[in-house]
Design a protein around this ligand. Structure first.
Ligand code: CA
Length: 245
């Protein structure tokens, strides 16, 4: 039984989430503030954390940074206020695995947490790993540019000698960035490429544009051992960054 920590200062929401996740079969502990949460995290091994960012005492962002230093692999989903894009990006950069904006549907939160825990239990960089039920197409061509090679058949990239396994969407995103090195790729271009890829692979469905940040964040993490990164050009899109910090 997965053991969850829910950190939320709004009592009504906290109690509601606690019973929702308990009914879904989770073992749940709750904290109403950051200090209590830190104490629980030290004492108890959790499988995942749902973390509200606006908290009294130690706020969610500070808590997230502390958690990341101590338990690098612990899956954390953050709850942010609607439209607070800066918070969301900061949270993802601080190491959150996913986010949901308030108000949200508890069933969506449950689905997100389930998929976050499933991803966390997958072996890192296993061959053919794809998250989020993404269709895998074998028709993707390969790309090579300088010290980056991308193989569409295996969804693998070699970046400065590091072998990096990608999900189908991450592959398409990196492929676009590499092909347009030195130029900004618009969010729309990425979404269109994803949709083209999904229909080619036999899958359907549209991609929510706010999912893009999540994929960019994951790709950044996978590239973190290299000198490459993904730069967010506010209001325009994304760009492959060389000599990333
Ligand atoms: Ca709050």
């Amino acid at each position: 039984m997965a053991h969850l920590l829910i950190v939320e200062d709004d009592e009504l929401l906290r109690d509601g989430l606690e019973s929702h996740f308990q009914q879904a079969g989770y073992q749940v502990m709750t904290a109403a503030d950051g200090l209590t949460a830190l104490g629980l995290l030290r004492a108890t091994p959790f499988d995942g954390v749902i973390l509200d960012l606006g908290l009294p005492q130690v706020d969610g962002m500070a808590l997230l940074r502390i958690v990341r230093q101590q338990q690098a692999a612990l899956p954390v989903l953050i709850l942010t206020a609607r439209d607070d894009v800066q918070d969301r990006i900061e949270g993802l950069n601080a190491g959150a695995d996913d986010y949901l904006t308030k108000p949200f549907n508890p069933d969506e939160l449950l689905a997100r947490v389930q998929s976050m825990l499933r991803r966390a239990s997958l072996p890192a960089f296993s061959a053919g790993q794809t998250g989020d039920d993404e269709p895998v197409s074998s028709k993707q061509p390969s790309t090579s540019s300088g010290d980056i090679q991308l193989d569409g058949a295996t969804l693998r990239a070699w970046v400065q000698g590091h072998a990096i396994d990608l999900t189908s969407r991450e592959w398409v995103l990196l492929d676009l960035l590499v092909k347009h090195r030195g130029h900004v790729i618009s969010r729309e271009a990425v979404l269109q490429a994803w949709q083209a890829e999904a229909s080619e692979g036999g899958g359907g469905g549209t991609v929510a544009s706010n999912a893009l940040e999540v994929y960019v964040h994951r790709l950044r993490r996978k590239l973190s051992a290299t000198r490459y990164g993904v730069r967010n050009i506010r209001g325009l899109g994304y760009m492959l960054e060389q000599d990333a910090p």
